[in-house]
Write a protein that binds this ligand. Sequence first.
Ligand SMILES: NC(=O)c1ccc[n+]([C@@H]2O[C@H](COP(=O)([O-])OP(=O)(O)OC[C@H]3O[C@@H](n4cnc5c(N)ncnc54)[C@H](OP(=O)(O)O)[C@@H]3O)[C@@H](O)[C@H]2O)c1
Length: 258
Amino acid sequence: MNAFHPMFDLSDKTALVVGASSGIGLHASHTFVQAGAAVALGARRIDQLNAAVTALRSAGHRACAVTLDITKPETIATAWQASEVQLGRSIDILFNNAGVIYLERFVSQQATEVERIFSTNLKGAFLMAQEAARRMAERGTGSIINVASTSGMRAGAYLASYGASKAGLIHLTRIMALELASRGVRVNALAPGNIRTDMHSQFEASGLDENLLKRIPMRKFGECRDLDGATLLLASEAGSYITGTVIPIDGGQLLSWM
Ligand SMILES: NC(=O)c1ccc[n+]([C@@H]2O[C@H](COP(=O)([O-])OP(=O)(O)OC[C@H]3O[C@@H](n4cnc5c(N)ncnc54)[C@H](OP(=O)(O)O)[C@@H]3O)[C@@H](O)[C@H]2O)c1
């Protein structure tokens, strides 16, 4: 028996995963191929991507690697084209996941770091999504999944530029969804809470929030696989009437003020 309900089947789909060299994006690449999709993995660290693609191909999946730095707009269209050439198909799904973090009190945040955060998490994600939207709208079909954060939904100390960038991405998601709905393109966001990855290790190691675990009602950090259900829902036919939503995946943390 197929483990997937047919509505979640992506075997006739292609996905571009941005920020696929580690963490959530690398895991999502596995999730997409397991659902049948052909996947292009994009990021700056090409060695990591090539290693991941080798592993995926040896497991019989269709995958390719593309170098991409979303702070360099000229690389965005090139990477999109390279993905389509290598996979031999138009891209149906964008997993817009690249992001960086900066932990510092608001009054001490440095302009160069603020620039790095906004140019990646907001401007870069904006331009990446715009490239996808233009191409998908032309074909009249597509799904864009922006990876935001619960930090963009409520205030968190030390996260001024990061949280503001993610709040911007959430608002952008809604505007994109509004403008693109009639053109066959769905746009949604995931808002992870605390998911164990390299980025989350930086936050844990900082010691800035000793009570972090106590403020998560489920009393545990999430794993990358905890995003799978929402990712497949938004990417597939199962989510065909869903656009403009933001799905928190946070063990209930948004419910709690303590
Ligand atoms: N982990 C969490 O608890 C958590 C919570 C909420 C939201 N998120 C969001 O989830 C996303 C993935 O984070 P993660 O936790 O998986 O962290 P991660 O392991 O550090 O992954 C970040 C990914 O983004 C890529 N990236 C960074 N800057 C890039 C750029 N300029 N161009 C292209 N790719 C770039 C990195 O690849 P290269 O360095 O190779 O370019 C890497 O693949 C981020 O947007 C993050 O804000 C994470």
